[in-house]
Design a protein around this ligand. Structure first.
Ligand code: PEP
Length: 251
């Protein structure tokens, strides 16, 4: 079980320090659940110092696929590794929709992240129109297959998938347990096909989209749901800790 908080473009340095300290004390010992927080780039260094020794890991929200060079405003995998990141979120729907990221681009980033031993959290998910048209399974299948094109892993722990239906992100409209279970089963079949049964069966598939302390336990207890990617609720230490507690209760 992995519970990861995506802070998005929120919290300046002082606020990030405060929330990180709050998360550390509200969660205590995270085991046996894997817990991570993903602050904005400029907060990573300070966050890492506060997380040190807590058992909570850190991730970034994006990165560039190249090694280094003339990419003004971008951040490399090596830089993320150097400030203590364990995870990196790739292909979040906000990156796909607002910044035009493609499956091919996500695959390049995923390959580069692995080169630096970052664990990519690769996000996929259909829009409301795609679900209403009954295309959600094929859309997500293409996203998974194309975003993981050329990606090689040797163990399940080297890759995380996050199913985040776009219509459920930040809307308060959570996907139902049955919808989540159905899609996670579909994604499990795809990763078993891509990486073999032994590795595919152990890859964590997170659900994301309006997870809160009230719905987390039901979602996390569903087949093939191995935790959550948490947006809004991760900005509140008590709510985030309650979601981690829900994950512990079903682990
Ligand atoms: C997200 O953006 O990854 C997310 C799941 O957001 P929220 O929990 O706010 O819906």
């Amino acid at each position: 079980m992995l519970v990861a908080g995506n802070w998005k473009m929120n919290l300046d340095l002082a606020a990030a320090r405060q929330l990180t300290s709050g998360v550390v004390s509200a969660i205590g010992d995270p085991s046996p659940v894997d817990v991570a927080i993903c602050p904005p780039f400029v907060d990573l260094d300070a966050t890492f110092s506060i997380l040190h020794g807590s058992g909570i890991r850190m991730g970034a929200q994006n990165m560039h696929a190249s090694e280094s060079g003339a990419f003004t405003g971008e951040i490399s995998a090596a830089m993320l590794r150097a400030v203590g990141c364990h995870y990196v979120i790739l292909g979040h729907s906000e990156r796909r929709q607002i910044f035009g990221e493609t499956n091919a681009g996500v695959s390049e980033k995923t390959i580069q992240a692995r080169k630096y031993r970052l664990v990519p959290i690769v996000c996929v998910g259909e829009s409301l129109d795609e679900r209403n048209a009954g295309d959600h399974e094929s859309v997500v299948e293409s996203q998974v297959r194309e975003s993981l094109e050329g990606v090689a892993i040797e163990a399940s722990s080297e890759l995380v998938l996050a199913y985040e239906p776009v219509w459920a992100i930040g809307t308060g409209q959570t996907a139902s347990g049955d919808q989540v279970e159905e899609m996670h089963g579909h994604i499990r079949d795809i990763v078993e096909d891509l990486f073999g049964k032994e590795i595919g069966v152990g890859i964590a598939i997170l659900y994301g989209g309006s997870v809160n302390p009230g719905n987390a336990q039901d979602l996390f207890s569903r087949e093939d749901v191995n935790g959550g990617l948490i947006g809004g609720a991760s900005l509140n230490a008590e709510k985030f800790a309650a979601i981690v507690a829900a994950a512990k209760s079903v682990q």
